[in-house]
Design a protein around this ligand. Sequence first.
Ligand code: ZN
Length: 306
Amino acid sequence: MATWSEALEQLRRAWEDHAAGIPPKGGPRSPTFRAVSEIPSSRQDIVQLDLGAPDLSRLATLPGIQALVLIGEARTDTVELLGTLTSLRCLSLTTARRADLTPLRHLSHLQHLTLAGTHVTSLEPLTRLVSLESLGLADLAKVSSIAPLTALRRLRWLFIAGGMWSKYRLPTLAPLATLTNLECFVLISAHVQDGSLEPLTKLPRLHHVGLPNYFTITEFARLAACLPAAVGPFRSPWFFEPRKVDRFHYAACKKCHNYAPGMTIGTPSKRLCPHCHADRIAKHLAHWESLVSATRNPPTSSKAAT
Ligand SMILES: [Zn+2]
């Protein structure tokens, strides 16, 4: 069994793999305890506990618990209990409707938090979690701003996933520009309303970026030019590349049946087949190259104008 810090390392690597387009491996899972009394003392691995545990309040008596994954929806009384577990370094929880997250601010040693909850409306309770290095936010249908994250200056891994079933909108990624330690950023199922990736372009340590194909080709090209060493599908003119397939393959081009068409980077994206759309592909690749080099070598006339 991996210790909690090894498991945390694996999770962070999994986020980086996701950004790089590498499919998940799936590792061993911790057993879920149904009662606090089942938890052996001095555990070094992650304690996965069902919130239906009849003796949940006994969590406060466990000495020095460091890593906790809670199964079920946490109500305010549970969050209050968590607020007393100040030895926690690693926490995963899903919140129930109207749960108050304010008590989480006492967890100032927390290095990792995974927070899910379609009912969460504000990230303000996280601003005191200044030791956080990794943060996963999922199913945030109602969170309207990520501005509170600017307080988390040690953040190195950030994973934000919108709702599974509804279109999740974030006004802007601008607050991320202050997170200069950020190394990995993954955004899933979320539309950014100002459409700008500019906040990511000046993050010196950013090396893994996973983004939905909801930005324009110009934004992706600028990011590719500004982050020459970073990994992620935004690097190439393809969101996914066309590939040679068997003529009976489900994704085969309906006309020639020789290729699974690729999807061009940037919205609106096009499905192009190397055999049937060779000229459109050539045009697309040239357009991409011109956008990337325009960012790398801005025209001198604009320099003179400033
Ligand atoms: Zn074709």
